[in-house]
Design a protein around this ligand. Structure first.
Ligand code: DX5
Ligand code: ZN
Length: 221
């Protein structure tokens, strides 16, 4: 099983206190910062944007994990000033040119990730496995924080791990995103997930952030 990593959902973070939060994330070895980018078309919401990504890069060395909930992402990658080592997820439902989008992300030295909405079958990945470093399994319908896990997606995580391993792609990561609470994270880890988007139901909730991160880390060990 691949080492587990945490990617806090920065759309859930308060702007004030961000510097203290980022310092804490660095002290706690947080591996990624999940940046939800929404265009109001692929999903009915707007959240973070290109300037938020630039500002975040100036404030911390923690690599960004861009979650592009935008149509035709292959035409818009240049807007994000993607850096080597970052993760970039594009939704398979949002483009007719998935392989092109993934290849262009890799050409920028970043890690290409295919994001799948809850209803999307794994078979969409059949001919792009060589272009992937990760699969993002949405465990809620994208667009908003604070939703409830869709139960069928737990089985989909396990199916995805098996799908990748059976084809010799055991190195491809599985990221999970949506209502990744501590109880859900334990189930997701058992199913084979290894990158966890931590949002309002895990670390951005009541209590001490350091303690929340510690409990979350324990749940995904
Ligand atoms: C939803 C976003 C998620 C969301 C997670 O479309 O992709 O990253 O912010 O928030 P919670 O953890 O509250 O579901
Ligand atoms: Zn997300």
């Amino acid at each position: 099983m691949l080492l587990s990593e945490i990617s806090p959902s920065m759309m859930c973070a308060d702007e004030d206190g961000l510097s203290v939060l980022l310092d804490m994330f660095e002290e706690n070895g947080i591996e990624h910062l999940h940046m939800d980018i929404m265009d109001g078309v692929f999903v009915n919401n707007f959240t973070l944007g290109t300037d938020d990504c630039r500002r975040m890069r100036r404030r911390t060395a923690i690599p960004l994990d861009l979650h592009l909930m935008i149509t035709e992402p292959e035409k818009k990658l240049a807007w994000f000033d993607i850096q080597p080592g970052e993760m970039v997820s594009v939704h398979v439902e949002a483009t007719c040119h998935l392989q092109k989008a993934l290849a262009e992300i890799r050409a920028r030295g970043a890690h290409p990730v295919a994001a799948l909405n809850p209803a999307t079958p794994l078979s969409v990945l059949d001919y792009v496995l060589d272009d992937l470093d990760g699969v993002l399994i949405m465990t809620v319908n994208p667009g908003f924080a604070g939703q409830k896990l869709i139960p069928a997606t737990l089985g989909k995580i396990a199916d995805c791990r098996r799908y990748l391993d059976d084809r010799g792609y055991g190195h491809v990561r599985i990221e999970v995103d949506g209502n990744v609470s501590i109880p859900n994270a334990e189930k997701m880890r058992a199913a084979g997930a290894d990158i966890f988007v931590a949002g309002t139901s895990s670390i951005f909730c009541d209590g001490d952030m350091g303690e929340n991160i510690g409990r979350f880390r324990e749940a995904i060990r």
